[in-house]
Structures are given as structure tokens and as C-alpha cells.
Design a protein around this ligand. Structure first.
Ligand code: HEC
Length: 165
């Protein structure tokens, strides 16, 4: 009897979750143009590119890998919300469209977030242990962010001189 009630209840919860999975409170974040290369136009080694694509790209690019379980509400909402907010804060798919000063700002933030271990978020690395970022990877990203910032700034100043500003 109790068994039947619990099975019935679990069935109802599952059916409700399935129904709710068609609701996307943060818009259709799954259907975006995956577009071209991430971090387009930057000078970046294949190693650092791989770290950023694999460990940040799910939330900070249009190339999100959605696991099968990400389809079911309410978990789907948590993930879609992260992706929606993450892309708004920083989107590697839009890198090439950013102005030089925006790229410089983003590079400083990337270095700061990694140094303070705010990113990738702990809840995410607990769910996906392979996305944990090692100390060596952190240092490589920080060194790249510094070098790339210098390069972008020098290019920006070169442009200004040319246009006589
Ligand atoms: C599970 C999703 C997720 C992953 C993975 C992730 N982030 Fe984020 N990130 C977010 C969200 C959500 C925000 C916006 C809210 C906030 O600042 O916490 C954000 C914000 C940021 C910001 C902006 C902070 C600011 O000051 O405005 C930077 C920079 C950033 N992330 C870098 C990274 C880097 C670098 C990685 C990979 C090492 C990474 N993130 C991985 C979800 C993620």
C-alpha cells in the first residue's frame, strides 16, 4: 500500500517535471548560433585555449555541452540560468566583436576570477570533476591574460596614433 502510494507519487512528480521541462524562464538559451571560433582574434596557445574552452565554455560561450539530465526541470532551470548569466557576463563566442577596452577589462577579470578561485564555480566542478582547474592551468591562464592584455593595449595605442588622437 505504502509502496503503491510512493510509486504513484514519484510518477506524478516525474510527470510534472517532464511537463515543466518545456518551460524556459530565461529564454531559449539552448538554441543559439554556436558561431565561429571562441576567443576569435586573440593570440592564444592551444593549451590555454583548451583550458578556457573546456572549463569555462559551457557557461561563457554559445557552445554549451548540455548533459542529458540537463533537460529535466527544475535542474534544467538552474543550468539555463547559469548559462544565461554566464554568457551575459562574458561570452567567448562574441570576443571578436568586443572593443579593445572591453577585451582588456575581460582579461583582467578572467585572471582575477581564476586567482580567487571564484571560477569555475564549485557547484559545477563538483558535478563535473574533470572541469576542475589545476594550479599549473591557473598560472598558464594568468600569464596568457597578462600577455594578451599588453598586446591588445599596444595595438589599441598604435591605432590611436595612426588616427592622430
Ligand atoms: C557553471 C557555469 C560557469 C562556469 C563553468 C564558469 N563560469 Fe564564470 N560566471 C558564471 C556566472 C553565472 C557568472 C555571472 C555571475 C557571477 O559573477 O558570479 C560568471 C561570471 C564570470 C566573470 C565576470 C565576473 C565579473 O566580475 O563580472 C568572469 C571573468 C568569469 N565568470 C570567468 C570564468 C572563467 C575564466 C571560467 C573558467 C575557468 C568560468 N568563468 C567558468 C558561470 C560560470
Amino acid at each position: 500500500m505504502v509502496g503503491k502510494i510512493t510509486t504513484g507519487f514519484a510518477g506524478a512528480v516525474f510527470a510534472a517535471a517532464l511537463g515543466l521541462s518545456f518551460v524556459h524562464p530565461w529564454g531559449d538559451v539552448r538554441n543559439v548560433d554556436a558561431g565561429g571560433e571562441l576567443l576569435g582574434g586573440s593570440e592564444i596557445s592551444p593549451g590555454v585555449r583548451q583550458v578556457l574552452e573546456q572549463k569555462c565554455g559551457d557557461c561563457h560561450s554559445n557552445r554549451t555541452h548540455w548533459p542529458v539530465y540537463s533537460r529535466l526541470a527544475p535542474g534544467s532551470w538552474v543550468m539555463e540560468h547559469d548559462v544565461s548569466d554566464g554568457r551575459q557576463a562574458l561570452n567567448f563566442s562574441r570576443w571578436q566583436k568586443m572593443r579593445a577596452d572591453q577585451q582588456i577589462e575581460a582579461l583582467s577579470r578572467i585572471a582575477a576570477e581564476i586567482r580567487s578561485e571564484e571560477m569555475p564555480p564549485t557547484a559545477y566542478t563538483m558535478m563535473h570533476p574533470t572541469r576542475h582547474i589545476s594550479d599549473a592551468e591557473k598560472q598558464a591562464v594568468a600569464a596568457w591574460a597578462r600577455a594578451e592584455r599588453r598586446r591588445v593595449r599596444a595595438a589599441m595605442e598604435g591605432q590611436k596614433e595612426k588616427s592622430g588622437q
